[in-house]
Design a protein around this ligand. Structure first.
Ligand SMILES: Cc1cc2nc3c(=O)[nH]c(=O)nc-3n(C[C@H](O)[C@H](O)[C@H](O)COP(=O)(O)OP(=O)(O)OC[C@H]3O[C@@H](n4cnc5c(N)ncnc54)[C@H](O)[C@@H]3O)c2cc1C
Length: 374
């Protein structure tokens, strides 16, 4: 089966790695618009359910060695710093979910996923502009006027997915809010900082965590007050002054972290409703292309990797019938990803209650029973 994956982000590379390893007769090719691979981005939280998929790919231990493994997630009140929740991920040396939650530089995670895919299968500088399908399969058209044929097209091309537009018609994602992010060298921080902390204000949240085992850099993110985005790109440079103004009233620990930030970027955060369908004929969607979500719970990447795991299992289980494989994929994933989208919108994940998180963190996308289409 010739499988064309559009997008070499977190979900697309995870799917390519798993399908390349599946042992079946899968000819997997990844088409990525970027000209070259770059270790972009800031920090990312890798939830235990995401680590389980990394283990299936064979890169979990390498990523865990690279990242910071916080023993707990701390919640503090914005104004006073009072602890609202100390949610343990490791207790008496035992991992609560069998796998850790870790925080790592997104570029390192991306590089580990890329290294797990045979190099000859990843094609950079290939921006997909159109996809069409008939009984014989699918045809991809690229910006450089080249084309490719496939038996299955997986749209893993992120929140502004071109493949999604082909399936469902053009519909830009909704701008929900804006957010500041910064990377702070630990050497500039006066005093110790906890591994992973969220400060909860009435209408703003501030989060900070380390991006490596050596705890050399702290990644921070927080809500910005405005909701305008006149820019073409998903993030733009901002200033430490703007960040300081946004976090006025937050307790001194937050102010000290902000004061140490050498540079600040500002991001647009988007959302979409769940889609009526994920697949048509030999075309399907995965990750943010299928269910973009606000980053408040830090679970968008985890959902993309879970999708990749379930899709590869469905294709393996239903090799003779791709349509049935895609129907089972959607049946397995749709309700869960919609529920995580909704929880992300609520913006109260790990805020003040220790209950109600196991359904996310305990999930094993490589072991859960596959669903049956209604
Ligand atoms: C500020 C912020 C913080 C976040 N923090 C976390 C976190 O802590 N934990 C977590 O789990 N998730 C987090 N997320 C969410 C996570 O980053 C995404 O959910 C995840 O990257 C989705 O993976 P994906 O493969 O679907 O898309 P992406 O990783 O976005 O990859 C899409 C790829 O497709 C390529 N592409 C796009 N269009 C085309 C085209 N036409 N042709 C070819 N290639 C194309 C792009 O270049 C890109 O490489 C965060 C998101 C944001 C914005």
């Amino acid at each position: 089966m010739r499988i064309a994956i559009v997008g070499g982000g977190l979900g697309g590379l995870a799917a390519a790695a798993l399908l390349s390893r599946a042992g079946a007769d899968f000819d997997v090719q990844v088409f990525e618009q970027a000209q070259v691979f770059r270790k972009l981005g800031a920090g990312i939280q890798v939830a235990p359910n995401m680590v389980r998929v990394l283990r299936g790919i064979g890169i979990a231990d390498a990523v865990i060695r690279e990242g910071c493994v916080p023993h707990c997630s701390l919640s503090r009140r914005a104004e006073t710093g009072e602890i609202m929740l100390d949610f343990p991920f490791v207790h008496d040396g035992v991992l609560r979910y069998g796998e850790p939650l870790l925080t790592v530089h997104r570029g390192e995670l991306h590089a580990a996923l890329l290294a797990a895919v045979p190099r000859s299968r990843v094609h950079f500088g290939r921006r997909v502009v159109d996809v069409d399908a008939d009984r014989a399969g699918a045809r991809l058209a690229f910006e450089d006027a080249s084309t490719a044929q496939a038996d299955l097209v997986v749209g893993a091309d992120g929140i502004r997915s071109r493949v999604r537009d082909v399936l469902l018609g053009p519909d830009p994602p909704r701008l929900m809010k804006t957010s500041y992010r910064a990377m702070v060298p630990a050497a500039r921080l006066p005093g110790a900082v906890d591994d992973l902390t969220k400060w909860w204000g009435a209408d703003r949240v501030f989060i900070a965590y380390f991006t490596s085992a050596t705890r050399e850099v702290l990644s921070l993110a927080c809500d910005a007050p405005d909701k305008q985005w006149p820019h073409e790109t998903s993030f733009v440079p901002s200033t430490p002054e703007a960040l300081r103004t946004a976090m006025e009233g937050f307790e001194p620990r937050v102010q000290r972290i902000i004061d140490a930030a050498p540079a600040v970027t500002k991001w647009a955060l988007y959302d979409r409703e769940s889609f009526p369908l994920w697949s048509r004929g030999p075309i399907t969607l995965l990750g943010d292309a299928a269910h973009p979500m606000l980053p408040h719970a830090g679970l968008g990447g985890a959902m993309a990797l879970e999708d990749a795991a379930v899709l590869s299992r469905c294709l393996l289980a239903e090799r003779a019938d791709t349509g049935r494989a895609l129907a089972r994929y959607e049946a397995t994933r749709k309700d869960r990803t919609a529920a995580v989208q909704e929880r992300s919108r609520q913006n109260d994940w790990l805020m003040d209650t220790p209950d109600g998180h196991d359904w996310v963190f305990d999930y094993d996308a490589l072991g859960e029973p596959l669903g049956e289409p209604a």
